[in-house]
Ligand binder design. Structure first.
Ligand code: ARG
Length: 459
């Protein structure tokens, strides 16, 4: 049989495969709450403008609440042949309230309807992600507070570079996740305009009050161009862009946790709650949550590319291609939220191993730069010469199989006669980090100041 919505024009119903490729109800039912919110705002506005009667609007608005409670209660009769969330809700509304249901779609199209639903959904996600980011930042700050002055190796090229503090390393991620928050907030601000009332694409001859529906739905204003309103999906792409960058940050931290929890590093012990054992190797404690997090990030990047690809080259305005905007966005949002929660939990529960960190911090001639700086400061050498002298001392220590502080004063003086015993003060890792007091440097006093700043910012 032909479709109830456009049966006037159609004699035959769709092929079964057409129905399968066309239907979005399998996934866009997640927009139910937003769809009903949008419809309720639209109905109230139609009545306020005298386009439908107050009693029809009341019937529609109350009927929609019944529909919502059926959906939330799991009793809603979903029907694939009704394609999508919009038609499922409207058809059920008709069963519940009868004739007034047919007036709801006045001055509206599924094109502006889906645009408003999806915008509301993505906007909610921005808020949810923001909360999850705050929780993760709070976990990181907790770690930083515990170990503001624990010394650990800082790396470049994953080769030992200079000693840094555990707190400084944790706070580096706090900075990254704070920028992620700002990106989501910025995207949210820009997406917070209402497409409702753009109708199919051209606007409508009904005297709609688009400002009223925009306000009712928490938007800052209606979108100014009806063609843009139904065609735009850059709001979802901005969400996915911000999600991708945030996911990239998560994957870097996840990778560090995997490395740090290995027997070769022993920087941290991951809690049992985020680890698994092996069915054959009894000693095993695998950082599975971190590994899964590292890899799930791919789905988020994939979603970004998928939606970019859906949208590229689409002529204005709406094309059915755009129905493919939802699944990748839902999947990315779900996995980002899961990843943020898992990371917050892992970070809160992990135990750093300050002694192992400290031992590792001294390996690999990590204070060579301190030695070179000392030669500049105390002996007035040009930095390039100091670099060369220090390089010779590192080579000497390497040949002797010892660390820099284990060279004797005589060894040192054989390379440069001006070196004195005072040099040994700067070769210790604690002195090294304590000396890095430049703004943004790793000195524990700096780290504590940053912790205080961020705690204030987040409270
Ligand atoms: N299910 C559709 C989507 O997700 C709703 C909009 C349909 N509009 C249309 N003209 N077919 O994009």
């Amino acid at each position: 049989s032909s479709n109830a919505m456009w049966g006037g024009r159609f004699a035959a119903g769709p092929d079964a495969i057409m129905e399968a490729i066309n239907a979005s109800i399998g996934f866009d039912r997640r927009l139910a709450k937003q769809d009903i919110e949008g419809s309720r705002a639209h109905a109230a506005m139609l009545a306020a403008q005298g386009i439908i009667t107050d009693s029809d609007a009341t019937a529609i608005r109350e009927g929609l609440l019944t529909v919502l409670s059926e959906i939330e209660g799991g009793t809603f009769p979903w029907r694939v042949e009704l394609e999508d969330i919009h038609m499922n809700v409207e058809a059920r509304l008709k069963e519940i309230v009868g004739e007034p249901a047919g007036r709801l779609h006045t001055g509206r199209s599924r094109n502006d309807q889906v645009a408003v639903d999806f915008r509301l959904w993505v906007r909610d996600q921005c808020d949810a992600v923001d909360g999850a980011l705050v929780a993760l930042m709070t976990s990181l700050i907790g770690q930083a507070e515990d170990g503001a002055d624990w010394v650990m190796p800082g790396f470049t090229h994953l080769q030992v570079a200079q000693p840094v503090t555990w707190g400084h390393h944790m706070m580096a991620y706090v900075e990254m996740f704070a920028r992620d928050r700002a990106r989501f907030a910025d995207a949210r601000k820009r997406m917070n305009e209402s497409p409702l009332g753009a109708a199919a694409l051209a606007g409508t001859s009904f005297p709609l009050d688009r400002h009223a529906t925009a306000t009712a739905l928490g938007f800052d204003r209606p979108m100014a161009n009806s063609l843009d309103a139904v065609a735009a999906r850059d709001f979802a792409l901005e969400f996915l862009g911000a999600a991708s960058i945030c996911a990239m940050h998560l994957s870097r931290l996840a990778e560090e946790l995997v490395i740090w929890s290995s027997a070769q590093f022993r920087f941290v012990t991951m809690s049992d709650r985020w680890s698994t054992g092996s069915s054959i190797m009894p000693q095993k404690r695998n950082p599975d949550a971190a590994e899964l997090l590292r890899s799930k990030i791919g789905r988020i990047f994939g979603a970004n590319v998928a939606l970019m690809t859906v949208m590229k080259g689409l002529p204005l305005t709406y094309s059915k291609d755009m129905q493919e905007d939802k699944e990748p966005t839902f999947d990315a949002a779900d996995h980002l939220m899961l990843g943020l929660a898992a990371m917050a939990g892992m970070i809160a529960d992990m135990k750093a191993r300050p002694n192992d960190l400290r031992v590792a911090a001294a390996m690999g001639f990590s204070t060579a730069t301190d030695l070179a700086d000392w030669l500049v400061r105390e002996l007035g050498l040009p930095f390039r010469d100091a670099h060369h002298i220090t390089g010779s001392l590192v080579a000497m220590a390497e040949t002797k199989g010892c660390d820099l502080p284990e060279l004797s004063l005589a060894d040192m003086q054989s390379v440069h006669a001006g070196i004195t015993n005072a040099v040994f003060d700067v070769l210790g890792v604690d002195n090294s980090v304590r000396s890095r007091t430049s703004y943004g440097g790793t000195a524990p006093e700096n780290v504590r100041a940053q912790i205080a700043r961020w705690k204030k910012d987040l409270s």
